[in-house]
Every structure is written in C-alpha cells, then in structure tokens.
Design a protein around this ligand. Structure first.
Ligand SMILES: O=P(O)(O)O[C@H]1O[C@H](CO)[C@@H](O)[C@H]1O
Ligand SMILES: [Mn+2]
Ligand SMILES: [Mn+2]
Length: 395
C-alpha cells in the first residue's frame, strides 16, 4: 500500500552491535544497546520498542528487553557502507547518498595554514587544537578563554572542526560567523571536513560550565541529490525535526524545527502528527549521542532510552492506518567502550503501521539507503538508485 505520511525517527548513536567492518574502525566488540542492557541488569524497560521487535534481529536479546513472540511491526537491522561513522555519513546514506570519498581527519590537530586564517578572520588566538572530548576541553581551557577571548578549537575521531566559546565572551552570532567562515575554507579539494560545529557554553567556572542548545552544525553541502530533494521536487512535503536541517544544510527540507532536547523533539513530533499532510517527517534525537554516548554515561543513555520509549507509546497511539513509522540510528556510540568516539555498529530498523497484518523480519539490510529507497518508492519519486526498497514486503 502507499502510505500518506511517513515518520522517520533517528535515535542518534543507538547502535545494535559491531558492524562487519568494525575492525577497520578499531571498534570490535562495541554494542551500544547490548551494553546498556547489561549495565541495567534487567531494569532497562523498553516495552514499546520491545513490542516493535527491538531485540528480535539480534543474536542475543538486550538484557531486560526480550525478543517479542509476535512483534507488532517489521524488524531488522542495517549495515553502513559510507567511509565514515559520523552523523553526516549515516543520515546522507539513509537518504540514498552514501559518503564514498574520504573526508579529512585531523588526529594530530589542524594544520597551521588553516588555523592562521581563522585567527586572522576572527582577530582571536586559537587554543586547544587536538582531538578531545568537548566537555573535557572546556573544563580545561574555558577559564582561560574567559580571560583572553581565545577560540577553543578541537576535533574528534570524526571529520569535524569544533569551536567552543563561552556565550558571554564570544557572542553566539559572532561564533556562528566564525564557523561559517571556517566552513568556507574546508569544502575541498585540499581539506574536506564533514562538519564545523559551534559549541557555545555558559557558566561561571570550570566546575559549572554547561553547553547550550545553541549548538549549530555547519555541514558540508550534500554532494548530490538525496531522497529529500527528489521528494521536494515532486511536491511531497518534507519536514525535519532536530539536527536534520543542519545535516542536510537545509537542502530538500520544507520546514525545520530546532530541538532543545530529546523531549522537545518529541513535542515537535506530536505537533507535526496533528497536521494533515502527505509526506515525510524526519526526526533526529541527539541527546543519546551528545549528552550520554560521547560522555560514556551508560546510566544516562539507558534512562534517555526509557524516556523515549514512554513518549513512543503516545506516537504509536496517534498513528493513522495509512501512516508508517521507521525507527533507526545513524551509527553507534557505545557508552561502555574505550575513548569518547562513535562506534561502527549495525543500526536497528523498526517499521510499523497500524495497518500491518502479519509483520516479520526485514533481515540485515546491506545499506542504510534501503530506508530512503522505501520512502521514495512510496511517494513514487525518482531516486539516484541506491538501496533496495522494502515497501512491498510490508503487509
Ligand atoms: O565531545 P563532543 O564535543 O560532544 O563532540 C562529539 O560530537 C561530535 C559530533 O557528534 C563528535 O564528532 C564528537 O567530537
Ligand atoms: Mn549522530
Ligand atoms: Mn556524535
């Protein structure tokens, strides 16, 4: 059947076990969901995700989340083919634009020629310049920044250039201008950086700094058309909730909503679900990743999953017969793993409509693009022919 509205939800960084190519990323043994379940030792309660079949495609069920005897939706998982394991790679691939060319990574910090230009443009000195956790680097250098007005620039295992700035010292508008300038320097061919990320924070001293929702990602412009463009070109409504608009540089998105938090994102989703439209609503919930995964906070990650599951119950109850829900993730970020980076994992795939009569497994999909291919086929748009639609399997 053709669905009138498709709701995609990305649980940012909620992977479901090491990918086949995990060794290439030094991520063997990572399993975000599995390890959160073990930590909670039976107390991770996700009744709605459970009945959608969250554990069903796994070799071993997540502790506390048994395999459903009769899942109410189709379940499976997806492998990533993109060269990186960042949000941009994951989301672009979902929308049928896998990232196949190597981006620039800076494990030893950024080159002087690049930093000199940013220093000259901003009139500020640059400190940091190494891969580091964002909360650690502001604890270390934030007080210095408050005195000197220097820019804190850092990276990670991803192709990112992040600029942290205290909101009272470097106003958010100024920080965004500096980020936009930095963006213009790294669109290739010499340096091709996935994202410039503005990281504003507030607080009186190193023990009380907190990062604010004014975070903004300046992503590389998609290097080709995505499913979102094809939908938009065909007059199908496209709505982005949370980081989606940033990740696609607004390309192919009719309406965007900025999230303050996961729960704020779910409020936006509830709001959109009240609307009558024909199209695709794509939601990203980033707290799992930014607040817990990178912070290696297992307890927080599990609690955020339970909070999401609670809100998911309401989403399921509001769905119409001709609505389709697709829940997945963009990469892993195992909070029990070494370091503070993303982990190369399979991602869950849960697909539900109240109209489904006899759901079962969708297997392990060989690319995240099967998601976009399904959306495109549903709305009968052209595509760039990457990925295999599972629309006809849904009954
Ligand atoms: O440690 P923080 O600042 O949260 O940064 C993390 O967030 C970035 C984007 O998800 C990742 O590349 C990683 O560096
Ligand atoms: Mn992500
Ligand atoms: Mn991340």
């Amino acid at each position: 059947m053709a669905y009138k509205r498709i709701f995609g939800i990305v649980l940012d960084s909620i992977g479901t076990g090491e990918a086949q190519d995990a060794a290439k990323f030094d991520d063997v043994g990572s399993d975000t969901l599995g390890h959160i379940g073990e930590y909670f030792n039976g107390d991770l309660k996700l009744p709605n995700l459970q009945k959608l079949g969250l554990s069903n495609q796994r070799k071993t069920a997540i502790k506390g989340v048994p395999k459903a005897d009769q899942p109410i939706g189709y379940y499976g998982n997806m492998q990533e083919v993109s060269v990186g394991k960042d949000s941009m790679d994951g989301h672009w691939e979902m929308m049928q634009l896998p990232v196949k060319t190597e981006l620039s990574f800076f494990p030893h910090g950024f080159p002087a020629d690049l930093l000199d230009k940013i220093a000259k443009f901003s009139g500020r000195k640059i400190i940091g310049n190494r891969p580091e956790s964002g909360t650690k680097i502001i604890a270390e250098l934030g007080e210095q920044q408050m005195k000197t007005g220097d820019l804190i620039i850092y990276t990670s295992g991803d192709s990112v250039l992040q600029i942290a700035a205290h909101e009272d010292v470097i106003p958010v508008d100024e920080l965004y201008r500096i980020c936009e300038y930095a963006r213009s320097l790294v669109n290739g061919p010499e340096y091709t950086v996935g994202r410039i990320i503005a990281r504003p924070y507030v607080g009186p001293d190193k023990d009380h700094f907190t990062r604010t929702a004014n975070r903004h990602d300046f992503t590389l412009k998609p290097t080709g058309k995505t499913t979102l463009n094809y939908l938009q070109d065909n007059g199908v409504t496209t709505i982005g909730i949370g980081k989606i608009n940033d990740i696609f540089s607004g390309e192919g998105i009719d309406q965007g909503y900025h999230n303050e938090s996961n729960m704020d994102g779910m409020d936006h989703l509830d709001h959109v679900m009240q609307k009558d439209f024909t199209g695709f609503c794509f939601t990203n919930l980033v707290d799992f990743d930014a607040m817990y995964g990178h912070r290696r906070n297992i307890k927080g990650d599990g609690q955020a999953l339970m909070d999401f599951d609670h809100r998911l119950g309401h989403v399921l109850a509001q769905m119409h017969e001709d609505d389709l829900l697709i829940i997945t993730a963009d990469h892993g970020n195992d909070p029990s793993y070494r370091g503070t980076d993303h982990t190369r994992e399979l991602v869950p795939l849960l697909v539900y409509s109240p109209s489904m009569k006899n759901p079962g497994s969708l297997g392990t999909r060989s690319t995240f693009s099967d998601f976009g291919a399904t959306v495109a086929e549903n709305f009968k748009t052209n595509t760039n022919n990457w990925g295999t639609s599972f629309l006809n399997q849904l009954k």
